[in-house]
Design a protein around this ligand. Structure first.
Ligand code: CAA
Length: 283
């Protein structure tokens, strides 16, 4: 099968970036969210990103116009019926995701691949609610999607090698680098990244150093492009907490216990960049 038409479910922080890279790479894209406001906001963010690329001389204006023309907006899942591949990038809530996969399984043509950008929910569990578990796979993009080269591709227990091979080839067409992982809590990226972020929160919680200094240690001492607390603010503290909980529950190992301060920040509504306040202020 040749993938030409791609549905992206969710036009938020990850979904709009995923739609952008597919459209720029020549795929037809249908961008779907639950209301016109969300889907239009995602579409406008793509337009703004591509305008910046043109201004910076990285892209021809004609290529920007062609990429934008390849994107269709919708709020109906039924409009994804003839997609060859769907990438789900909706909210990281297991019940919502499982329902989306039931709906996609019913709406999208037979033989199409259903993938999820989940950062931690089991691919095996998602695949099991569909009638095509061998065609369900994880495509885990990194934030910001247009910039980060990695796509972690995750096989559930039921995913076929043919599905993996096609997704690996498609990832390369996006000029991204695929890495193969098997379904396991946090996969690879978040199993390593989130405990580091959680440990940085513990350093702050225990008064070992200030937030700015903790981040400076990792930026200036380890050449990380941004510190772990600023990165947590970029990812979203609610997402960080839910990934730590998946690791903690999945491995039943106390080394993954979320820092109480991370939990408090989420309870306070300090979720990072998206709410204007996290470990740092963004207003
Ligand atoms: N969308 C598109 N492009 C963006 C962007 C965005 N949201 N944010 C930054 N960029 C581009 C900028 O346009 C800029 O490109 P040019 O220099 O060509 O103009 C380039 O990225 C660098 O941006 P800045 O100069 O503004 O800032 P920077 O050099 O500090 O880089 C950063 C910003 C790319 C975010 C960098 O700090 C970085 O790589 N940080 C680490 C990000 C990271 O670890 N991501 C993974 C998060 S984990 C995850 O996503 C998985 C999960 O499940 C939780």
């Amino acid at each position: 099968m040749d993938i030409k038409k791609v549905g992206v479910v969710g036009a938020g922080q990850m979904g709009h970036g995923i739609a952008q890279v597919f459209a720029v790479s020549g795929f037809d894209v249908i961008l779907r969210d639950i209301n016109d406001n969300f889907v239009s906001k995602g579409y406008e963010r793509i337009a703004k990103n591509l305008d910046r690329s043109v201004e910076k001389g990285r892209m021809e204006a004609a290529d920007r116009d062609a990429a934008m023309a390849r994107i269709t907006k919708t709020i109906e899942i039924s409009d994804l019926a003839d997609c060859d591949l769907v990438v789900e990038a909706a909210t990281e809530n297991p019940e919502i995701k499982l329902q989306i996969f039931r709906d996609l399984d019913a709406a999208v043509k037979e033989g199409a691949i259903l993938s999820t950008n989940t950062s931690s929910i089991s691919i095996t569990k998602i695949a099991a609610v569909t009638s095509r578990p061998e065609l369900v796979i994880g495509m885990h993009f990194m934030n910001p999607v247009p910039v980060m080269k990695l796509v972690e591709i995750i096989n559930g227990l039921q995913t076929s090698e043919e599905t993996y091979a096609l997704i690996e080839e498609t990832t390369k067409k996006l000029s991204k680098v695929p890495v193969k992982a098997f379904d396991s809590p946090g996969f690879v990226a978040n199993r390593i990244l989130l405990p580091m972020i959680n440990e940085a929160v513990y350093c702050l919680y225990e008064g070992v150093a200030s937030a700015a200094d903790i981040d400076n240690v990792m930026k200036l001492g380890m050449a990380h492009p941004m510190g772990p607390l600023a990165l947590a603010d970029l990812i979203g503290l609610d997402v960080c907490l839910s990934i730590m909980e998946v690791l903690h529950d999945g491995f039943a190992d106390s080394k993954y216990r979320p820092c109480p301060l991370l939990r408090q920040m989420v309870e306070a509504g300090y979720l990072g960049q998206k709410t204007g306040k996290g470990f740092f202020d963004y207003k």
